[in-house]
Design a protein around this ligand. Structure first.
Ligand code: NAP
Length: 308
């Protein structure tokens, strides 16, 4: 049972970080939040803890918190920031990571995971892909908006870690995946087919049903890319799944649409940007995907939002 006592250090008390922290703490697992700086730490302490709202019920968790400058070693770290913050965040914590530490990466898209792994060669990096949904209602207050599933995996070591039982007890519905990269690529491809178009047409997911030819062409190019990148399973039935997702989430605005509408930085560099960079590396010409990327970059630029 000794692994049950390992503290989960959780960097980023945002939507997903808070969702994990609250559920782990509720299950009796020791949790330590790592916040951005002394100012954020003071604000957190004034608030008295994190609040999770689930099924309309709010509960506050007065979890321990610190900043990256705390000297205590870290055995297990959940990196719960955005993809564009991940490399800098891990660089600040690398000296504290114990030999054979584990780092669990919750970032969407691809690209940030390799950048993080390169910074912490002493650690085992476990990648995650989640369909759970949460959002920040207020400072230190997160709403569990959509139950989902989390896949975890390690492309370099297929052995599941012993703490999956802790996630089970915490009610974090998950599976150990033997092909986590395939899952991340598939999710990236779905995102590339749907999210940029919802931004450019300023529409809900369901409205993309009015653009069937454009979607079909993008799915063809994405499938070609996945094959070239050695991910044929992720290409299988992509177009059909895109159509299913659009149907099932017809009334929703995509996460990228929400980010742009609220003037927030997007994770474009780790989604469509990553796809286009991979195509270029393989000298694969994907005109529609490239044009989509250019249109999206222009759209973001016109709104003062970064391209990376
Ligand atoms: P979020 O709500 O913006 O939270 C990110 C948190 O990271 C923020 O609290 C931010 O702190 C913190 N942070 C960034 N750099 C830091 C640093 N150096 N030190 C300490 N804290 C730092 O983001 P999210 O929605 O949880 O998303 C995290 C990842 O999960 C993204 O890649 C996202 O695509 C993915 N994801 C999210 C959901 C969802 O429903 N939210 C679902 C699936 C996947 P500040 O508050 O100080 O800015």
């Amino acid at each position: 049972m000794s692994e049950c006592k390992t503290t989960w250090h959780i960097l980023g008390a945002g939507s997903l970080g808070s969702l994990w922290a609250a559920r782990l703490a509720r299950a009796g697992v020791p949790v330590q939040l790592i916040l951005r700086d002394a100012e954020r730490l003071a604000a957190y302490r004034r608030a008295g803890g994190l609040t999770l709202v689930e099924k309309g019920q709010a509960r506050q968790f007065p979890l321990d918190a610190q900043t990256a400058t705390d000297p205590a070693p870290i055995q297990r770290l959940l990196l719960a920031c955005k993809a564009y913050d991940a490399e800098q965040a891990i660089a600040g914590l690398a000296p504290r990571l114990a030999d054979e530490a584990e780092v669990i990466l919750l970032q969407n898209g691809l690209g940030s995971q390799d950048a993080v792994a390169a910074r912490v060669p002493q650690a085992r990096c476990i990648l995650a892909s989640s369909t759970e949904g949460a959002f920040r209602e207020d400072a230190w207050r997160v709403v569990f908006a959509g139950h989902g599933h989390t896949w975890l995996g390690d492309p370099l070591d297929l052995t599941p870690p012993p703490w999956l039982a802790e996630l089970e007890r915490a009610g974090i519905v998950h599976d150990w995946s033997l092909d986590i990269l395939g899952r991340l690529w598939r999710k990236l491809a779905l995102n590339c087919a749907i999210n940029p178009l919802t931004v450019l047409y300023d529409c809900r997911n369901g409205d993309l049903r009015q653009h069937p030819a454009e979607l079909a062409t993008l799915c063809d190019e994405l499938a070609e890319l996945l094959h070239t990148c050695g991910q044929p399973a992720a290409a299988d039935g992509l177009h059909e799944e895109v159509q299913r997702v659009i149907q099932a989430t017809a009334a929703n605005y995509s996460s990228m649409h929400q980010d742009v509408a609220q003037g927030r930085r997007t994770e474009i560099a780790y989604l469509l940007g990553h796809a286009c960079a991979a195509a270029q590396r393989h000298r694969l010409v994907l005109p529609h995907l490239t044009a989509l990327h250019q249109r999206l970059l222009k759209h973001l630029g016109a709104r003062g939002l970064p391209s990376h």
